[in-house]
Ligand binder design. Structure first.
Ligand code: ACO
Ligand code: OAA
Length: 390
């Protein structure tokens, strides 16, 4: 079985860590302290700095949410204006990034391209030699502002289309839809997409955030930590699942959803977009995304994928007792918004950049090297032989 295939990690139930026995996948291990987000997995609740996600989604913009995570508070109008001005200034791409976009777009998949472009951006970041709190805040704003532009410029380069310049009066969500679809987005679509960005912004010690914090804890720089995070988000067991959800829906005949899902489960295949390490009930983000998917499907005029999703959800719950995670309904939401399927995980990174950068700031502010132990399970007391005798 391919290690990177979605089915590759099936099985392996969790066990509690003891002093000398590891917990597979570090399940239930508390790896860091954070004031950024908190999850109640039994009740299905998520909080950013103490604010319930249900109070934020649809009422607080992505820019306000990024300020909350990176700067510590929900901004007042003055603070938001200053933060927004920093984002507008910070989104200009450097010469090295600009020069490499065409070749990268030709040769790389979207998440590879982003990983590489962020790495190049780090090489020409004006604050690259400093991990100070102020430098990190400036880098966080630049990364948050540049990520949607990088996705749009990559997509334009590979399709040979010109991309409209971002409008300084528009939000990150509106500019992204404008740049990806090439036309002025419907205001309701912008509201929905903005809420999607809010919902994906942070999620405690998920794999990509953990990767970023491990890197940052060596006192490496913000961009290196984000490169680690992007590479980690890419995998289908994490952020890459949203793309796989859409590909699964597209591969199933609409009248054969239940049977196909049952066959997949019988073959011990994982159904992308279901299950979660922490939530034992519905992921609160999925509750919002399901409603958005339904609304967009109705507006779209063809709700086939939404109806198929509902049926999948019902079968997976009945057969496996698993609930949809954030990636499940995000897939059809992005689809109905006109976002190409292979840009779904890049869209996740556009949002999660706000959380990743906030975690790097938090790690650097109170650092200790992250270096766990391992249990040795290999051979011992081996007898060395010269090469010709082996
Ligand atoms: C943004 C995010 O990262 S959200 C998660 C996105 N990832 C996905 O949607 C991929 C599909 N889901 C999964 O692979 C898992 O549920 C994960 C990776 C999210 C969580 O993994 P873990 O906590 O390690 O759970 P694990 O994979 O051990 O699953 C426990 C059991 O449920 C089963 N299971 C878990 N998820 C699924 C699924 N989506 N489809 C079918 N079976 C599943 C496992 O096969 C395993 O069964 P077993 O005990 O009979 O062997
Ligand atoms: O928390 C996790 O393991 C995965 C997840 O839902 C996220 O990163 O949003």
């Amino acid at each position: 079985m391919n290690a990177t295939s979605p089915e590759g990690a099936a099985g392996g139930g969790a066990s509690r860590a003891t002093a000398d026995k590891p917990t597979k996948g570090l399940a239930d291990v508390v790896a860091a302290s954070t004031a950024l987000s908190d999850i109640d997995g039994r009740e299905g609740r998520l909080f950013y700095r103490g604010y319930d996600i249900h109070d934020l989604a649809g009422r607080t913009t992505f820019e306000e949410t990024a300020h909350l995570l990176q700067c510590g508070t929900l901004p007042n109008r003055q603070q938001l204006a200053a933060y927004g001005a920093g984002l507008v200034e910070g989104r200009a791409l450097g010469a090295l990034v600009e020069a490499n976009i065409p070749e990268i777009a030709e040769k790389m998949e979207p998440m590879e391209a982003l990983r590489t472009l962020v790495s190049l951006a780090g090489a020409e970041d004006p604050d690259k030699s400093s991990n100070s709190g102020d430098a990190n805040l400036r880098k966080a704003a630049r990364l948050t502002a540049q990520q949607p532009i990088l996705v749009a410029r990559y997509h334009a380069a590979r399709t040979g289309k010109s991309v409209p310049d971002p409008d300084p009066q528009l939000s990150i969500a509106a500019n992204f839809l404008l740049q990806i679809t090439g036309s002025t987005p419907d205001p309701r679509a912008v509201e929905i997409f903005d809420a999607c960005l809010v919902l994906h912004a942070d999620h405690t010690m998920n794999a990509s955030t953990f990767a970023a914090r491990v890197c940052a804890a060596t006192l490496s720089d913000m961009h290196s930590a984000i490169v680690a995070a992007i590479g980690t988000l890419k995998g289908p067991l994490h952020g890459g699942a949203n793309e796989q959800v859409m590909r699964t829906l597209q591969s199933i005949e609409p009248g054969k959803v239940a049977q196909t899902v049952k066959d997949m489960l019988a073959a011990h295949k994982k159904i992308m977009g279901f299950g979660h390490r922490v939530y034992k009930t519905e992921d609160p983000r999925a509750t919002h995304l399901r409603k958005m998917s339904q609304e967009l499907a109705e507006a779209h005029g063809d709700d086939t994928y939404f109806r198929m999703s509902r049926e999948m959800e019902q079968v997976v719950l009945e057969e496996k007792g698993l609930f949809p995670n954030v990636d499940f309904y995000a897939a059809t939401v992005y689809h109905y918004l006109g976002i190409p399927t292979d840009l779904f995980t890049p869209v996740f990174s556009v949002s999660r950049m706000s959380g990743w950068t906030a975690h790097v700031i938090e790690q650097h502010a109170d650092n200790r090297l992250i270096r766990p132990d391992s249990e040795y399970i290999g051979e011992r007391d081996q007898k060395w032989e010269p090469i010709d005798a082996r």
